[in-house]
Design a protein around this ligand. Structure first.
Ligand code: FAD
Length: 491
């Protein structure tokens, strides 16, 4: 069998795989992407965050295409959650820190969104082969040196590369070749049952594109508008209530909807879609995990292949595209002969784990709110010491932290906003320990908020972005164009 050679081979053409492949090809390297399915294909994970839309997608060069694709605009979230009986809404732009043209994300049909990213990869020089299923890795001693795959005609093929990326999502077993174990969360042990409806009600404008999340006795529902008429509806059920989604899925979903008055009302005139890619009722379980190592020589895990937290607050595509950006920087630095593999991949793993940890910590406290009578909103107001209502205070915190973005908006205001945001974070992080919202006790949260602001700043300002500090002692900083790592030399 002849063996083809590339600089990088990527398994999986979801948001993680397309992003890393594109950002490496944009530096002039030879990249092959192998995708098992033929796009467009179905995927769950439809609610995006501003970090993806205005940060990574801008770097990829698809921000304008996304804006012109007719995806519903998500200005924030509406929640019936916690002790408060009425729904409450947060807007990404409610805070002065997040106001402006980058204060929204989109709700996307993943078949369309992922196709846009994959087409963009092709147009930026990535060799994309669909219908090609990766079977295993090729190893030489400690190092992974390539992949074996079955092509669209059923032929066994082999490719060698300096770097192999596993971006094949949560179902593939390719990740196991990196070593270590996949540890499943003891906390997030829920199951999800989901389907699609035509004709569901909408929140009133201007928040009709918001995600609606509604807690009820057995768990919570997501309700995501994908067009004027199509809605993605999913029930996330606690493990103890797993029997509620066993057996007939149609009946199980109908019973869960009946348990939840708000979702029942929103779907009162709707019909479940029963044909096409949205016709199936799907179940996902055991989706919260992290691998004990994210890389070995020659191989890197990106996106869901490495870790996933939980659907609430829609962090999945953000973590996939953000980790892809970190991986691309690492590969670009090594292929340019500027840094060694161990140094860049240590930075990669540390930053990706930190971002994952932020969401993990935050989401644990968010679920605690659901079972605890204590007023979480009141705590947020105390931490921020502002004149807003409790809910607005909460929104200011989660608007920056849950998305991992400072949502900086205009190029001429970015540096000023960044400094303002960093000092607000400093103040919160240095605050009164006993009365702080739990996630703000963590240094890791503070670092991630600052890094997230830098990602978007790079996307908007490019060469003019402010110089950075390493996030870890002895760590690296990003190059001015955001595409590589640089050693840090204090002035
Ligand atoms: P994927 O999107 O899974 O892409 C992996 C690709 O690899 C696929 O195209 C697959 O066909 C391909 N592949 C698999 N095996 C092979 C192989 N052997 N060879 C070649 N190709 C292969 N995230 C959000 O951002 N917002 C949400 O609202 C949201 N809701 C969610 C709800 C639930 C119930 C769950 C479980 C997750 C949700 N997520 C959400 C998470 C989101 O689905 C994922 O985090 C995201 O899709 C990860 O992207 P990825 O590129 O890592 O993997």
């Amino acid at each position: 069998m002849s063996v083809e050679d590339f600089d990088v081979v990527v398994a999986g053409g979801g948001p993680g795989g397309s992003t890393v492949a594109t950002l490496v090809a944009m530096q002039g390297h030879r990249v092959l992407l192998l995708e098992k399915e033929v796009f467009p294909r179905y995927q769950i994970g439809e609610s995006l965050l501003p970090a993806t839309v205005h940060g990574v997608c801008r770097m990829l060069g698809v921000a304008d295409e996304l804006a012109n694709s007719g995806f519903p605009i998500k200005r924030g979230g509406t929640f019936r959650w916690g002790a408060r009986p009425e729904p409450w809404t947060f807007h990404f732009g409610i805070s002065a820190k997040m106001a402006g043209s980058t204060s929204h994300a989109y709700q996307v049909e993943r078949a369309k969104f992922d196709q846009i990213l994959l087409n963009n990869a092709k147009s930026k020089g990535v060799v994309v082969r669909e219908g090609c299923s990766v079977d295993t890795v090729v190893e030489e001693g400690e190092r992974v040196t390539g992949l074996r795959y079955t092509d669209a005609d059923g032929n066994a093929r082999e490719v060698s590369a300096r770097f192999v990326i596993d971006a094949s999502g949560n179902k593939s077993r390719l990740y196991s070749h990196v070593g270590g174990t996949r540890n499943y969360s003891e906390f997030f042990r829920s199951l999800a049952l989901f389907g699609y409806f035509e004709g569901g009600k909408r929140l009133p404008a201007p928040v009709s594109g918001n995600i609606l999340s509604v807690a009820f006795d057995s768990g919570w529902f997501w309700y995501i508008p994908l067009s004027d008429t199509l809605t993605s509806v999913g029930a996330v059920v606690r493990r103890e209530d797993a029997d509620k989604i066993q057996g007939d899925r149609e009946k199980a979903l109908a019973d869960l909807i009946a348990e939840c008055p708000m979702i029942s009302e929103y779907l009162s005139d709707a019909k479940r879609v029963t044909t096409g890619k949205y016709g199936e009722l799907r179940v996902r379980k055991d989706y919260s995990y992290q691998q004990t190592t994210f890389w070995r020589p020659g191989m890197i895990l990106v996106g869901d292949a490495a870790c996933f937290v939980d659907p609430v607050f829609s962090s999945g595509v953000h973590l996939a595209t953000y980790s892809a950006l970190l991986a691309a920087r690492s590969i670009n630095s090594v292929l340019a002969g500027e840094l060694d593999e161990k140094t860049v991949l240590t930075e990669y793993e540390a930053r990706y784990r930190r971002e994952y940890g932020v969401f993990y910590e935050f989401l644990v406290s968010f679920y605690q709110m659901n079972v605890n009578e204590e007023s979480y909103f009141w705590q947020a107001k105390k931490v921020t010491r502002n004149e807003n209502t409790d809910i607005e205070s909460f929104v200011e915190l989660i608007g920056g932290v849950s998305s991992g973005e400072t949502a900086l908006t205009a190029a001429d205001r970015i540096a000023e906003r960044s400094a303002e945001f960093a000092s607000a974070v400093d103040e919160m992080a240095a605050g009164d320990g006993d009365n702080m919202v739990p996630m703000f006790k963590s240094q890791v949260v503070k670092q991630a908020m600052q890094e997230a602001g830098q990602v978007q700043m790079k996307a908007l300002l490019g060469e003019d972005a402010e110089p950075e500090m390493p996030l870890f002692p002895g760590g690296l900083v990003t190059s001015p164009d955001g595409m590589k790592w640089l050693p840090y030399h204090p002035a």
